[in-house]
Design a protein around this ligand. Sequence first.
Ligand SMILES: [Zn+2]
Length: 225
Amino acid sequence: MTHLRHLNTTCAVCGEACRFTVPEAAGCVGSRDLDTRPAEPLRSTIYAWVKRCPSCGYCAPDPGKAPEGAADVVKLPRYRWQLDARKFPNIANTFLCWSIIQEDLGLLAQAAWASLHAAWVCDDEGEDVPARICRKRAADLLRRAWEKGERLAGLEGTDEAVLADLLRRAGRFREARTVVAETLEKNPLPIIADIMRLQARLIAASDRGAHTVAEARRFRQPVPL
Ligand SMILES: [Zn+2]
């Protein structure tokens, strides 16, 4: 069970005192999803990964800190619309607002992560269409990050594996298949190759569901006749 504690801070954008309920640090037991989503109990603490200032609507992992320029982004019509966009779950909007701030500040890989996290919230709420929108946004941000030479993760091939999953789960099977084929041609690390072969099977079956890295490892075992 995850214990809760209170976090008192001062919003770095508007100066209001804020109080948030947050879980104690949690680990995870078990395999991650193919898009890196951790297992429990960390998985369920997602609602506390970003916080929203109730006064000005600034959204960030720590509203007590604001990157330079964040205060201007919070005023943008696009940001204000996203803050209360009714078609997304509330916490997904908080992640998407944090994603907009980072996109506007040119931190595209970080913006992609925040959009993927918004998709996970939509998954938990059973909101399929908003989840697909969040994944499409994350995929676009990730490709823009690559153009700037930014990567999501250090391990070679991880970005491509995440992109393939984003596209598959967004229902963009043809694009996902291209990413899988291009990555396999480059003779990737064994774990990336396992993941991509699982992705190829899932795409062939038009499967848009969540699957784990452990499943990808299992597929490596030869099937007994
Ligand atoms: Zn504020």
